[in-house]
Write a protein of this length. Sequence first.
Length: 79
Amino acid sequence: MATKDELLTSVLSLPPEERAEVAHKLLLSLDEEPAQEDSGSEWSQELERRATDIREGRVETVPWEDVERQVAARLKQRR
């Protein structure tokens, strides 16, 4: 198995496009393993909490059409 320094030397000798692809895949690999387990559980808990809030009437929902109008108005102000 190649050492870190050997791998780095090999990767740095690649053309720029291939180095970018390797860098991209390495960065994605840092986010995949731990984040998938943790974030999936956390998102599930958050979605359940929000659904419970809606079912029990603790929050007021807003129709999508209203939200869309508000977002469009804010974007128009920025231009």
